[in-house]
Design a protein around this ligand. Structure first.
Ligand code: HEM
Length: 179
């Protein structure tokens, strides 16, 4: 089933969820690793190019995820959840959805803040569209850094809750997102 139903996620949402999750977790690891490289390391430029290009892919997938969510609404949260668990899940989903956009967009602002574009997997150039600005670059660096590392905590709670509701409470929560 491609679409979501009242009781379960469809293939499109599941595929996008796991592709976005893997890319974001990979990008946080890559970002942490590449900023420690020396300028003369072979991966100094290659790592950054990959980080930027995969970030653009996340932005595109996040857009499709949200458009699909409007066309094919997500199933409601499970009735077995207590009210505070429902509230926590809703807040976590909103934070995760916001981060899917804020992290790549702030990365774009950092990368193009000197009015030059960057390559998308050596296929074509992503152009700079914003005027040069030191202050927006500094703000984007702070946003990109704090939201990316803050997301690690949100993902840990989100994944931990899904696993706990699957394995301990036996609500079948994780199975809803599996294939
Ligand atoms: C960067 C990583 C992740 C992001 C950005 C992310 C994002 C999201 C979002 C936005 C939703 C809500 C979907 C909707 O209804 O609109 C969701 C649902 C879900 N996620 Fe994740 N997620 C991530 C990682 C994980 C991991 C690691 C697990 C499990 C180990 C997981 C398990 C689930 C499950 C089971 C649901 C469905 C919950 C339900 O409504 O029953 N997610 N995720």
């Amino acid at each position: 089933m491609l679409s979501n139903t009242a009781n379960g996620y469809g293939l499109v949402s599941k595929l996008l969820h796991w592709l976005i999750a893997c890319c974001i977790i990979g990008l946080i690891g890559l970002g942490w690793w590449m900023v420690g490289l020396s300028y003369y390391d072979t991966w100094y430029h290659r790592g950054l190019e990959l980080h930027r290009a995969i970030g653009i892919v996340v932005l595109l997938m996040a857009t499709v995820f949200v458009v699909w969510k409007i066309l094919s609404p997500s199933p409601g949260l499970q009735n077995e959840l207590k009210p505070w668990e429902k509230l926590g899940a809703r807040v976590a989903h909103i934070l995760l959805l916001a981060a899917m956009f804020v992290i790549p967009l702030s990365g774009y602002v950092i990368s193009t803040s000197s009015e030059s574009g960057f390559t998308f997997f050596d296929l074509f150039e992503i152009p700079a569209i914003l005027p040069k600005s030191e202050s927006s670059r500094d703000l984007a660096i702070a946003v990109h850094y704090y939201i990316a590392y803050g997301l690690v905590a949100v993902v840990a709670v989100h994944a931990g809750a899904a696993i706990k509701h699957q394995l301990i409470d036996k609500h079948g929560t994780l199975r809803r997102m599996l294939f």
